[in-house]
Design a protein around this ligand. Structure first.
Ligand code: HDD
Length: 695
């Protein structure tokens, strides 16, 4: 019997066999031969050796043996999603780039978030930079904006990239650490690389332990050029601002999340996409001309520097909405090939030496990973808004060679595509001259001033987190000379920072400051650099974990769930066992997690609703005690009802502060509303000892 249709060899539909036995689809070999037995290999006798002629087994195992492709040399662990970019500002006077020609113009996109250092199977909450790579399928070709969640980079010249990556990844003799910069080789390299100090401040901040991919910013990092139809250029820096607000976890949470749910970030995005909670980012541009570039304190070609938002405003020009999970991880997330040199008319490069090197590098990586120059024919990589039309042919796995006899240009047959000076990509006519040298410009020499500016722009809590992170990372560094060298660099950034870290490391005395090519300047702080000053002030898209125990007040739970939903949040139920717990009416409420598998670090706020029947049971469970103790220590807002025994067992008796709400006291719903309102602040930072929970 034959019914269903799939793609045939000619691209058209082919029929799929239906099995006479079950009426379902028939399993076939890769040659389309129906398989009669998918459980047993072909043997000489039931206990006999397997026969070489078993082409069904060979076909199956052969393909399985070749399932893996090389993982990315950096950014191996990632998660992708489909989305749409909507233009909100007509930029046609500044650039001819297709996505910006008309307000309301929609452009399909594919986005891949990633960590940098860890291998494919590493945990999501490693302290690490996050990649934020966006492919725009525009009407004039694919444009890849391959950025990070930090606006600067470790190095100024791509010549140093392989060394940086070797230093941060696992050490070659032992193959560890995985996904951690807290080791000798990384800090040895960094201590010898003063240009990395600005990035180090960002890397040691909470930016590298985000709450979710949904709560990170993205940056193009380099200065690019926008070019209009008249061939005039404007310098530009690209920023993605999350509508969800910035949010990070504490280090202690990151450590525990990695154990409890190493896939926390991908699960979070998957859930958001599949439940209609679509995250959004505004694309914002800093645009400036040559006069500003000439007057700026730093070189706009130096990728270790930002342009403070106070100097050049960050102007929104469009919104990215991620609205669809991939159908298949490998096909999209693994095979997507981003390249910085994938630009479209209207977007051009600058001479930033890091960008220039990147433009050379990414094609190599894609060829190595995907194994064929035809990777642009894969669904996720091929242009969607316009045809790919040229005389390229053949190569591994080529699918669509041009028909007919003509495969070159010019040709007298008047067949095939031709160049188009008007529609085609024209490079900005940047004047270039100079002698061939291997030199770094003087204008790239100040490595400390913006590092200091970043540190001083943080709130005291964030500054303490930076000091703690440095003490932790350098504390894992066994080489005393490296620890001393690093503190020497920190002295050029901020004396109090250096002292704090030296104290954290137990250094008897401060080492001398590192030699600096240029003295540190005092630059004005910038609020845009702090996470806490740019939080969401909303519980939208956040999750409250509600721990329930038998006999709890079911009406209260419903009221709480309603209030959380009202502000756009979600509730997850945690019970002593995954089965659930009985409310005061005897109704079973099924749990999303058993308490052993749903620690409070997975949630933005918590509530503990207990009833007389479950009181003793829950108070005796170490996991439940940890749930509450951690939530308290991590500054979470806590709603509770009849949870006195658990508070006592967790060592929190008498410690409830104004971040804890007794929801069982009054039955009017006001306390529930006040609790949920407070949760918008995400953390009760004034809770005693809170900042100490970081390393
Ligand atoms: Fe890179 C991947 C971002 C410097 C060479 N890079 C890669 C990805 C991101 C970035 C987000 C993952 C893309 C994806 O999800 O598939 N890289 C950056 C940023 C940099 C940077 C923001 C500095 C501003 N990278 C950089 C340099 C070089 C590379 C200087 C080499 C000269 N990057 C690569 C690569 C990767 C890559 C080896 C590995 C996997 C891939 O390209 O597709 O070619």
């Amino acid at each position: 019997m034959k019914t269903q249709l799939q793609n045939g060899t000619d691209g058209g539909p082919a029929e799929v066999h239906q099995t006479a036995a079950t009426g379902g689809e028939v399993l076939t070999t890769s040659q389309g031969v129906a398989i009669a037995d998918n459980q047993n290999s072909l043997k000489a006798g039931v206990r006999g050796p397997t026969l070489l002629e078993d082409f069904v087994l060979r076909d199956k195992i052969f393909h399985f043996d070749h399932e893996r492709i090389p993982e990315r040399v950096v950014h191996a662990r990632g998660f992708g999603a489909h989305g749409t970019f909507e233009c909100t500002r007509d930029l046609s006077d500044i650039t001819r780039a297709a996505p910006f020609q008309k307000v309301g113009k929609l452009t399909e996109t594919f986005v891949r978030f990633s960590t940098v250092a860890g291998n494919k199977g590493s945990p999501d909450l490693a302290r690490d930079v996050r990649g934020f790579a966006v492919k725009f399928y525009t009407d004039e070709g694919n444009w890849d904006l391959v950025g990070n969640n930090i606006p600067v980079f470790f190095i100024q010249d791509s010549m140093k990239f392989p060394d940086l990556v070797h230093a941060v990844k696992d050490e070659p003799d032992r193959g560890f650490p995985q996904a951690s910069s807290a080791h000798d080789n990384f800090w040895d390299f960094i201590s010898l690389t003063p240009e990395s100090m600005h990035m180090i401040m960002w890397q040691m901040s909470d930016r590298t332990i985000p709450r979710s991919f949904r709560t990170i910013e993205g940056f193009g990092v380099h200065t690019f050029r926008l070019v209009n139809t008249a061939g005039e250029a404007t310098f530009v820096k690209f920023h993605w601002k999350p509508r969800q607000g910035l949010q990070s976890v504490l280090w202690d949470e990151a450590v525990k999340i990695n154990g409890a749910d190493p896939d926390h970030h991908r699960r979070d995005l998957w859930e958001a996409l599949t439940t209609g909670d679509h995250p959004q980012w505004d694309l914002c541009l800093q645009m400036f001309d040559q006069d500003f570039a000439d007057s700026f304190d730093f070189d706009v070609l130096d990728p270790t520097k930002i342009i403070p938002e106070e100097l050049i405003p960050v102007e929104p020009v469009g919104t990215l909405t991620l609205d669809r999970a991939v159908d298949n991880f490998f096909e999209f997330t693994e095979q997507v090939a981003f390249c910085t040199q994938h630009v479209i008319p209207g977007i051009d490069f600058t001479e930033d030496p890091l960008l220039q090197g990147r433009n050379f590098s990414y094609l190599d990586t894609q060829l190595k990973r995907l194994g064929s120059p035809n990777f642009s024919q894969l669904e996720v990589n091929k242009p969607r808004g316009c045809p790919m039309n040229n005389f390229q042919q053949d190569g591994h796995m080529r699918r669509d060679n041009r028909k007919g006899r003509v495969n070159y240009e010019p040709n007298g047959f008047e067949e095939g595509p031709r160049e188009d000076p008007l529609a085609g990509y024209v490079s900005y006519r940047a004047p270039v001259e100079g002698t061939k040298v291997r030199l770094r410009p003087e204008s790239f020499a100040d490595h400390y001033s913006q590092a200091r500016q970043f540190y001083l722009s943080q709130t005291p809590i964030e500054q303490e987190h930076i000091r703690s992170a440095l003490s932790f990372e350098l504390g894992r560094c066994e080489l005393a000379r490296v620890r001393r060298a690093m503190v020497g660099h920190l002295r050029n950034i901020d004396e109090e920072l250096a002292q704090g870290v030296a104290h954290g490391l137990g250094m008897p005395e401060l080492p001398p400051p590192a030699t600096a090519a240029q003295p540190t300047q005092d630059l004005p702080p910038s609020d845009a650099l702090s996470i806490l000053k740019n939080g969401p002030m909303s519980f939208e898209g956040r999750v409250m974990g509600v721990l329930i125990a038998d006999g709890f007040d079911g009406t209260l739970l419903d009221r709480l769930a309603g209030a959380v939903m009202q502000v756009g949040g979600k509730i997850k139920l945690i019970a002593p066992r995954i089965y659930g717990a009985l409310d005061d009416r005897g109704d079973l409420r099924e749990a999303h997690f058993p308490v052993a598998g749903g620690p409070s670090v997975l949630f933005d706020a918590v509530a503990v609703l207990v009833g007389p029947e479950g009181e003793a049971q829950i108070a005796a469970m170490p996991e439940a005690q940890n749930f509450l103790r951690d939530a308290f220590a991590h500054g979470k807002f806590i709603g509770h009802a009849m949870a006195g025994e658990l508070f006592k067992a967790a060592g929190l008796e008498g410690k409830a502060d104004d971040g804890c709400f007794d929801l069982g006291l009054v039955d009017d719903g006001e306390t529930v509303d006040a609790f949920v309102e407070c949760c918008k602040l995400l953390r009760h930072w004034t809770r005693a000892g809170l900042a100490k929970t970081a390393p």
